[in-house]
Design a protein around this ligand. Structure first.
Ligand code: GLN
Length: 488
């Protein structure tokens, strides 16, 4: 049998119910694992072993009392990206400006996990304020890819993806503004889903690009993704963009076949810049879907070329406005010995923010300024509408769309740090779903000859996460992409 820390959420949930082990034992096993591998992976910003064990003991009591009817996540040790507000941990966004910030409330998703009896292990590392694709922009420390410690885990939810891949948590939550759940999931060989915009309440998620941000699960398999999604979805009136739509039982979409499902292959995504091994993995994935009875259909998303530019206008504009609140006046870092309030604002921000965050604030402020607003920001919003229409048109012909998640497997640390544009281009396949609002999932598709994971992405129309789970689960069973992790 697998060791306790290696179990999936659903395996652990049945073990707990069958009395094979307690949540305390399971949590201890994961904490031991963290102690062993964390010096090399550095997935976490904060872990609180005592608190986790106390939560585990409470979960054990609840499991004893409620038995089979206890929620699926009861007693399951999970990790949270450090931009989700928690009352019992600081919430830093991996930024020096929020280093000691302790929120007075829990994020909606954190409340949900607590209510389900989950064990919260700690907060995971990320690119500062979720800006980046490698977790190298963390203002605290970098995180390593568990498959190859010299490589990046992806970003910005790199800590969450690395923790799940390295068995330092059974599952985790991340946030995705332009790919930050799906890309690190792909690069770490795990499953990551960005739900439809509005599916999960953003209450208590520290805002980056408010019209793009979504919270979602990072797990070791598709069934676990459904379980976590079940727990966090649904309307919440504290987030006015949270959608008042019904939440289906996401697990009911598992174990169904994909016969007759029409899957679109957008020609623009298979044009240039794709690593040869990623291209081969995509060929194999197409074959796998065909052998499962899906019908592959060529589609076109003609405005794909403009997606990166559009995203970096919209996201930076929103970020410049969202990050205006960090000025030292109310919380977070405050520069010392300043002469007046303007000096305090500017020195606090200069000292507290890292280079990438400053770059984005400057870009965003520029595109929103009088004289440039129409030429950049307004134009970007128009292109965003065109991108959305591309998808609507494609979904008239197909049920879902298949693409790679990332143009390359995990790159080496430092490889793209001097060239922001190069880094931005690694988001090419993931940002359109955020611009359009639709859901997307990344599933392990292959392992490269260097032993690095490669992910595929499936996208679906709004609120069709169930369809994604159905296709992803069928693929997972067919492709059996199991590989051993780098020795840790
Ligand atoms: N990598 C993208 C960026 O740097 C996406 C980040 C995210 O989804 N949070 O903005």
């Amino acid at each position: 049998m697998a060791e306790l820390h290696e179990l999936t959420i659903h395996e652990a949930a049945s073990g707990l119910r069958a009395g094979e082990f307690s949540s305390e034992e399971l949590t201890r096993a994961v904490l031991d694992r963290i102690e062993r591998v964390e010096p090399r992976v550095q997935a976490y910003i904060a872990v609180d072993a005592d608190r986790a064990l106390a939560m585990a003991r409470e979960a054990d009591e609840r499991l004893r009392a409620e038995g089979e009817s206890a929620p699926a996540l009861c007693g399951i040790p999970l990790a949270l990206k450090d931009n989700l507000c928690t009352t019992d941990f600081p919430t830093t966004c991996a930024s020096k400006i929020l280093r000691d910030f302790r929120p007075p409330y829990d994020a909606h998703v954190v409340e949900r996990l607590r209510a389900a009896g989950a064990v919260l292990l700690g907060k995971t590392n990320m690119d500062e304020f979720a800006m980046g694709s490698s977790t190298e922009n963390s203002g605290l420390h970098p995180t390593a890819n568990p498959w190859d410690l010299e490589r990046i885990p992806g970003g910005s939810s790199g800590g969450s993806a690395a923790a799940v891949a390295a068995c330092e948590a059974l599952g985790a939550l991340g946030s995705d503004t332009g790919g930050s759940i799906r890309q690190p999931a792909a690069l770490c060989g795990v499953v990551g889903m960005k739900p439809t915009y509005g599916r999960v309440s953003r209450y208590g998620l520290v805002a980056f690009g408010s019209s793009l941000d979504q919270i979602g699960p990072i797990t070791r398999d598709v069934e676990d993704c459904a379980i976590l999604l079940d727990a966090i979805s649904g309307h919440d009136e504290r987030d006015s963009t949270s959608a008042p739509v019904d939440v289906p039982d996401f697990r009911s979409f598992l174990n169904q076949d994909v016969r007759g499902m029409k899957i679109g292959i957008p020609k623009e995504y298979f044009a240039e810049g794709m690593d040869a091994e990623v291209a081969r993995a995509m060929d194999e994935s197409r074959t796998a879907f065909e052998s499962l009875g899906a019908e592959l259909v060529d589609v076109s998303l003609p405005h794909t070329d403009y997606a990166v530019a559009t995203y970096y206008l919209v996201a930076t504009a929103e970020a410049s406005s969202n990050l205006a609140r960090y000025d030292g006046a109310q919380y977070g870092h405050r520069a010392e010995g300043t002469e007046n309030i303007i000096d305090m604002f500017s020195r606090t921000r200069r000292e507290g923010f890292g280079d990438e965050v400053k770059r984005r604030i400057m870009l965003g402020t520029y595109v929103l300024s009088a004289g440039f607003y129409d030429a950049y920001y307004l134009k970007a919003l128009k292109v965003r509408t065109l991108i959305k229409r591309d998808f609507e048109r494609a979904y008239e012909k197909v049920d879902a769309i298949l693409t790679p998640t990332s143009p390359t497997p995990a790159f080496r640390k430092g490889e793209k740090m001097d060239d922001p544009l190069h880094m931005y281009l690694s988001d090419i396949y993931t940002i359109s779903t955020n611009l359009a609002g639709i859901p997307g999932v990344s599933v392990p598709a292959a392992v490269s000859t260097d032993g690095l994971p490669i992910g595929l992405q499936l996208m679906a129309p709004n609120f069709e996460e169930g369809r994604l789970l159905r296709a992803a689960h069928a693929f997972e069973r067919e492709a059996q992409v199991h590989a051993t992790l780098a020795r840790l």
